[in-house]
Design a protein around this ligand. Structure first.
Ligand code: FEO
Length: 398
């Protein structure tokens, strides 16, 4: 597939990558992905977004099939992550008359990515740049999902270019949302994993585009959204809006237990934590999908983790839960650890260290029980839970 005119004088000039299965070494791309880039053939020809460095040659050939590269006046860098800026060093050599348009933060990032001075102009939030017969408007959207990000809106055609916003890792050469296979599950996966930690910022930027007429959303990955663009915007809005009970503090307790002793501790902790104005949910970490816990973790006010120690370490299901926390907004959430042990008992301390590393707030020392908990131990566990709940209800997270 070469290029595709998505609206009059606007061409998709992106790359299809049907074979990738893991994106950025982290994110699932079960149906591959695309690197979308768009050429606006206005009086001042303009390129929006770019592609990964390894597809530079294919990208340049596509562009050459449509335009003399020396005629390109602007390259809009909505976001500098290397899947969009990788081809820039070569592209800039071929486009000597082009000026980069970006936010100030993106310009700074580009300096450290390209290690060379580039001809650029930074644009303010709401600023417009004329392309002669068309006009671009720039809408700053920091933390969609990097601090450098902005949207570009092509006024005459009512097209929004939000880069990673409303994107999907999904490769289908039919490109338009009404032509490709079902992709909404992957659209939601992308939101939760890439945008999920920045829900407040998502809502702030959606507020800025609320009054725009948008006929088509042209993101940087996956299908181009033209059937009902607001369906996708409203989905982001809904997923970013908190649904938790504002009157109660939500505490999640995850445990993994080899012989049921840490489970007994977890149950006693749960009883203690439930005596305050709290909602407490207890999970056997070995029986839940960490992925399904993502929203729960995002909504929780406090998190308690319990693991027995094996070979000087915590059990894998707990590490899987902790690993989820780096990609959700868990920073500053209150937490603490507990667990049983036979002789060394490193699990609680190791979990604590990792939680601190992820910038969670460890509010009380761990509680450890040697082998089988006694009635006295379980009483301590009860008060461990009670104290934790009290720290949330009397000194809440702000
Ligand atoms: Fe598609 Fe944040 O890069």
């Amino acid at each position: 597939m070469q290029t595709l005119e998505i609206k009059k004088d606007i061409h998709w000039v992106g790359i299809l990558n049907a074979t990738v299965r893991v994106f950025d070494a982290v994110f699932q791309a079960r149906f591959g992905t695309t690197y979308n880039s768009y050429l606006i053939q206005a009086d001042k020809p303009t390129l929006i977004d770019g592609v990964h460095e390894k597809f530079t040659q294919e990208y340049i050939e596509k562009l050459r099939s449509l335009i003399n590269l020396k005629d390109i006046c602007y390259i809009v860098v909505n976001h500098t992550e290397m899947d969009h800026s990788g081809a820039l060093p070569f592209l800039l050599k071929e486009t000597p008359n082009a000026q980069i348009l970006s936010t100030k933060t993106a310009a700074l990032f580009l300096k450290n990515i390209l290690h060379t001075e580039v001809k650029g102009k930074t644009v303010e939030d709401g600023e417009c740049v004329s392309l002669g017969n068309k006009q671009l408007k720039f809408i700053h959207a920091p933390y969609w999902h990097w601090p450098d990000t902005m949207f570009t809106y092509l006024e005459e055609d009512q097209v929004l270019f939000p880069c990673d916003g409303f994107a999907t890792h999904f490769c289908d050469e039919r490109l338009f949302d009404d032509r490709v296979d079902t992709f909404f599950e992957d659209f939601q996966y992308y939101f939760e994993h890439v945008m999920g930690p920045y829900r407040k910022k998502i809502l702030e930027a959606i507020e800025k585009i609320q009054n725009l007429n948008i006929q088509l959303i042209a993101p940087s990955h996956g299908p181009i959204l033209r059937t009902d663009p607001w369906k996708y915007i409203n989905a982001y809005k809904e997923w970013s809006t908190s649904r938790k009970n504002p009157d109660k503090k939500l505490i999640l307790i995850f445990y993994a237990s080899m012989y049921g002793n840490t489970r007994k501790m977890a149950e006693a902790v749960t009883r203690g934590a439930s005596t305050m104005n709290t909602e407490v949910k207890l999970f056997d970490a070995a029986s839940v999908s960490p992925e399904l816990m993502r929203c729960e973790i995002e909504s929780a006010d406090g998190i308690l983790l319990g693991s027995s120690t094996i070979n000087g370490d915590a059990l894998l299901p707990l590490w899987n839960i902790i690993n989820i926390m780096f990609s959700v907004n868990a920073k500053l959430k209150k937490c603490a650890t507990f667990g049983t042990y036979g002789w060394s008992g490193e699990a609680t301390k190791l979990m604590e260290e990792r939680l601190r590393g992820l910038k969670l707030n460890v509010v009380q020392p761990p509680i450890k029980v040697l082998l089988t908990p006694t009635e006295e131990d379980l009483k301590k566990c009860f008060f461990f839970g009670y104290d934790f709940a009290k720290s949330l209800t009397t000194n809440p997270v702000t």
